[in-house]
Design a protein around this ligand. Structure first.
Ligand code: NAP
Length: 255
């Protein structure tokens, strides 16, 4: 019997789940896996699979890529706050007739002892800090820092993966460049050391970044959480791998 051609899988990445799926598929003979990153971080993790970096040029660009590269399965494993690329993935997969697997993680839910305020967007997060100066731990990424320039009375401890450039507009701030996971004990020490009075974060979900929430609960620190815009139904990593296995099993045989 002729051998099956490897199933070509494109993973839209930039998340823990994308790294886990890529790691699980790398080296398999029945899958030809490729990773796509937006190019937001200066030194992305090397996944030892062919990786393309940068946008596709919108929905049409992504659909063209799927067709040209004969992608069999598209895995949207982007971060829960990366709404645009997920929308594009949905439409492009349909246009190109490619199977789409949407991977994600549940949002965090408050527990007894939490002092959470959930807000719709970054502007609402800034407003919820109020007028009086506070010491704020910001873990919202680099790209939306500008929103906080509107509230320069606060001290901000800003943690991002890449270093923040000089034009951040925050007159009273300290910066940490670090990549998770972060454990709760270290988060607690960090918040105590900087006398943090409020934490602002996105409701990303997952375990790698949850330590700060445990620490805030423990220290009685209020948390302002930006809600997710999308409530898509998404599967977990092992379910996604099982679906890819099922696609491999029915992939056409080569000649
Ligand atoms: P976005 O607003 O949903 O997407 C903006 C544009 O960036 C897309 O239209 C696409 O450009 C390009 N793009 C995004 N993800 C891509 C990918 N994996 N491969 C190729 N192009 C991609 O995305 P975002 O919120 O800026 O996030 C960018 C990336 O960072 C995502 O891959 C996401 O997984 C990761 N990330 C985001 C956050 C967050 O809070 N937003 C947090 C952690 C990691 P074209 O239209 O030109 O194709």
């Amino acid at each position: 019997m002729p051998e099956r051609a490897p199933l070509r899988v494109l993973i839209l990445g930039g998340s823990t789940e994308a790294s886990e799926i890529t790691g699980a598929l790398a080296g398999r003979a029945d899958v030809d896996v490729r990773l796509s990153l937006a190019g937001r971080t200066a030194a992305p993790i090397d996944h030892a699979v062919p990786t393309r970096i940068g946008g596709f040029g919108g929905v049409d660009g992504l659909a063209d890529y799927l067709r040209a590269e004969r992608i069999g399965v598209l895995v949207d494993a982007t971060h829960p706050f990366a709404v645009q690329i997920s929308r594009h993935a949905e439409v492009a997969a349909q246009t190109a007739g490619v199977a789409l697997i949407k991977v994600g993680r549940p949002a965090w839910r408050s527990q007894p002892g939490d002092r959470w305020t959930e807000v719709e967007d970054m502007a609402a997060a800034v407003a919820s800090l109020g007028a009086a100066a506070r010491r704020v731990f910001l873990t919202i990424g680099r790209l939306q820092l500008a929103a906080f320039a509107k509230a320069p009375q606060h001290f901000y401890l800003v943690r991002t993966i890449d270093h923040v450039g000089g034009d951040h507009g925050l007159p009273n701030a300290a910066f940490i460049a670090a990549r998770g996971p972060f454990d709760a004990a270290a988060e607690r020490r960090l918040m105590q050391e900087h006398r943090i009075e409020a934490l602002i974060t996105k409701n990303s979900g997952g375990s790698a970044a949850a330590g700060k929430l445990f620490a805030a609960r423990d220290l009685g620190i209020p948390v302002i959480l930006v809600r997710r815009a999308s409530t898509d139904d998404r599967c977990g990593v092992s379910e996604a791998i099982a679906m890819i296995d099922a696609h491999c099993a029915k992939a056409p045989r080569g000649v």
